[in-house]
Design a protein. Structure first.
Ligand code: NAP
Length: 395
């Protein structure tokens, strides 16, 4: 039996009991949080009768030093071959050819959905009064929108050329000398993201999925996202999904809601329990993900994944936090919980649950790294001590 994941005829994962997962440890605090997370994930797998080992692959600053490239082809090939991988935070090398390594990985592997489950773990300090009401999963489109990398500096020939085209052909005005960017959003990109979210919400028996957009202002891009999402639900999910306006009081079908993004920011604070899953374009998703992470304690505790068809890269949602790099101070919980999310994705549910329960157990006893300790008004433990505390509490 190979230790590589295969796909069944429905595109589902066939996972061997002895699995090797590639890991890009990352820059900044990456090595600190990985040292804390690795033994926990291995032990959780082992205690549920599986074997998990990790294959470190170069990416980021360390890859530049070792092989002269921040994102070697071999790393991308290894991610593809193994199908499920893990990564720490990556800084974008100043002066490098890539805008962002994270964006490059998502694009190269066509990881079109950034998925962030946001659920409060009892004991974690939170800036809101009732964090237990927060239980949402965000599906953010990863490949389009203003993050497509289509922008040009003020005064450049490209920007001036576009301004001239808009003036002469489209009879519209852009102030001369402006920097210019494009916001592409397609029916294909929008529908595949909404389909993934619908499938997940139906499988997990969530009461609703909400499409979050700014279609009131950006009629054809963000408005397109809403229209295509609704069309998909009505055409391909008839009988299983119902628009909010047509839902009955005792509705058992999945309710498709839609909210304008600025209102959604308010709703997540005022009525979080009315939302179970959210799907949205790239920029809205970037902002809303961190806003929701704050409600459950901050970036240090928020897990995430980038999903494509048959491929997944799980990652700590925060960046390299350079001010804490190499100091054994960062919170490893985001990476540990991303690892638990990965275990659940593999179908290793017992292992995933045991990791989450062990993190919650540490929080419940007030074991916090500095980010949570200062919110809770308690003394902080180191990154490695938090890792040991979670390992000790693993069932
Ligand atoms: P960041 O690295 O996420 O750090 C922002 C702040 O969040 C930190 O200063 C710290 O807050 C807190 N924080 C983040 N991770 C933490 C942890 N594990 N434990 C405790 N506190 C944590 O964001 P940034 O400073 O904007 O970005 C730095 C670099 O990371 C950039 O090169 C950026 O491109 C990259 N980045 C990478 C990813 C990724 O790999 N997915 C994501 C975002 C950014 P306090 O200062 O309040 O303590």
């Amino acid at each position: 039996m190979t230790n590589l994941i295969a796909l069944n005829e429905h595109g589902g994962l066939v996972v061997p009991d002895q699995l090797v997962v590639p890991v890009a440890v990352g820059d900044g605090v990456g090595p600190d949080i990985w040292r804390a997370a690795e033994p926990i994930l291995k032990a959780a797998a082992e205690r549920s009768g599986k074997s998990l080992s990790f294959l470190e692959v170069p990416a980021g600053e360390e890859a530049v030093r070792r092989v002269g490239s921040p994102l070697p082809d071999e790393t991308l090939e290894t991610f593809k071959r193994h199908r499920v991988s893990l990564k720490g935070p990556l800084g974008t090398p100043v002066g490098g050819g890539l805008r962002s390594l994270n964006v490059a990985i998502r694009r190269e592997l066509d990881l079109y959905a950034c998925v962030r489950p946001v659920k409060w773990l009892p004991g974690a300090p939170s800036p809101v009064k009732r964090p237990e009401l927060v239980d949402m999963v965000i599906f953010r489109e990863n490949t389009e929108d203003v993050y497509a990398g289509l922008e040009w500096p003020a005064g450049s020939p490209q920007a001036e050329g576009l301004i001239g085209y808009v003036r002469d052909e489209l009879k519209a005005k852009i102030r001369p000398g402006s920097a210019v960017g494009l916001k592409p959003m397609s029916e294909f990109g929008s529908k595949r993201l909404v389909r993934l979210a619908l499938e997940w919400a139906l499988r997990e028996k969530r009461a609703s999925l909400t499409l979050v957009h700014k279609g009131n202002i950006m009629k054809f891009t963000e408005g397109g996202f809403l229209a295509w999402g609704r069309q998909l639900a009505q055409e391909d999910y008839a009988g299983r999904v119902v628009l909010e306006a047509e839902a009955r009081p005792d509705e058992t079908r999945l309710i498709l809601k839609d909210r304008i993004a600025d209102n959604m920011f308010m709703q997540t604070l005022t009525r979080p329990d009315e939302y179970g899953a959210l799907a949205m374009p790239n920029l809205n998703g970037d902002y809303l993900s961190d806003c929701l992470a704050a409600q459950i304690g901050g970036l240090g505790v928020a897990p995430g994944a980038n999903l494509g068809d048959g491929l997944a890269v799980f990652e700590a949602t925060h960046g390299t936090a350079p001010k804490y790099a190499g100091q054994d101070k960062a919170n490893p919980a985001s990476l540990i919980l991303s690892g638990a999310f990965m275990l659940a994705h593999l179908g290793w549910t017992a292992a995933a649950e045991s990791v989450r329960a062990a993190v919650a157990g540490a929080f419940a006893e007030g074991v916090f790294t500095l980010d949570l300790a200062r919110q809770a008004g308690r003394p902080a433990v180191s990154c490695s001590a938090f890792g040991r505390a979670v390992l000790e509490r693993l069932a």
